[in-house]
Ligand binder design. Sequence first.
Ligand SMILES: NC(=O)c1ccc[n+]([C@@H]2O[C@H](COP(=O)([O-])OP(=O)(O)OC[C@H]3O[C@@H](n4cnc5c(N)ncnc54)[C@H](O)[C@@H]3O)[C@@H](O)[C@H]2O)c1
Length: 330
Amino acid sequence: MKILITGGAGFIGSYLSNALSQNNFVFILDDFSSGTGLLLEKNSNIKIYRSEINKDILENIVKNVDLIIHLASIVGVDITIKNFKKVIQNLKNTLILTKIAQKYNKPIIFSSSSDVYGLLGIFKKKSFKEDDFFVFEFSNRWNYAHVKCLEENVIRLSNLPFIIFRIFNTYGFGVDLKKPSRVFASFLYSIIFKKPITIFGHGNQKRAFCYIDDTVKGFILGVKYLIKNKCKETFNIGNDKEIYSINELKDLMIKIAKKLKILHEDIDVIYLPTKERGDIFTDIEFRKPDLSKIKNILGYEPKIDLKTGIELSFKKALKFKNKWIKLLQK
Ligand SMILES: NC(=O)c1ccc[n+]([C@@H]2O[C@H](COP(=O)([O-])OP(=O)(O)OC[C@H]3O[C@@H](n4cnc5c(N)ncnc54)[C@H](O)[C@@H]3O)[C@@H](O)[C@H]2O)c1
């Protein structure tokens, strides 16, 4: 098959492009705004277009592919709070892409986020299901989630075959390489470069951590299912077993770094009030995906526990350390 991956030079995109290019031809469209392509393997089955999403390039690529995987996005709540225009640009890009996909009748996989469940984690301490309702406050904190909801609707209303994946906390080496800000990326950076770890709030808020290889396996199951069944489905994707607080994540990462002899002594930990992350920042205490739908329909089962995922991430970070330093200096 021929597949277009927008945002293919980013974190999820790089791992996914490498995996899919084993048996398919992958076109990557990426402006390298947050992506670096560092982890992309040299492979004659990958062709990279270094550009923002725009109509002309998309026209050329989309008519030649069997499937579109749309990952390109400004990502992360902290960044999106400060860049309202860029969040709106996400929506405009999804509209442009969907229109061209409609013209050539191409199925789409869209990457949404667990953030669309909004404040549900405050009211409902169980796991979130795809047909749950959403609860938001009107604040910049929720711009990213609001726009993801609208983008989901653009895809749903397109009448094209689609899969929407609501991604719950995927981690691994390669997140935010240029500017480590998301939680796993910032802890990994602090430990590898021996800088203080910063935690916003008390650190007892819990998350379900999914290693990148499991997310990629889920996407590949989705690709096969979508091509075969021309479905219109929304799935949570993540890991429903690896639930840890931010403090526990920090402790585990430090312990494993010591075992791997990356750290020889303790590292400073700084706790900052949540409001330091932006105006009216509401953090969610608990977030866990209900995965029954994706398990039943796609046969998805996450396999990699947090301890193993951290070890794999550290090993990769060491392998790429020199190239990473060069990226950070740019
Ligand atoms: N990693 C997670 O845990 C997570 C969770 C929820 C949702 N998601 C979603 O998954 C997708 C991929 O996320 P990621 O973690 O790989 O982030 P990422 O920042 O590494 O990847 C996004 C990629 O899109 C590119 N990009 C951004 N704007 C672009 C534009 N206008 N034109 C072309 N390229 C553009 C960036 O350069 C980058 O390579 C995003 O849509 C994100 O919202 C990820």
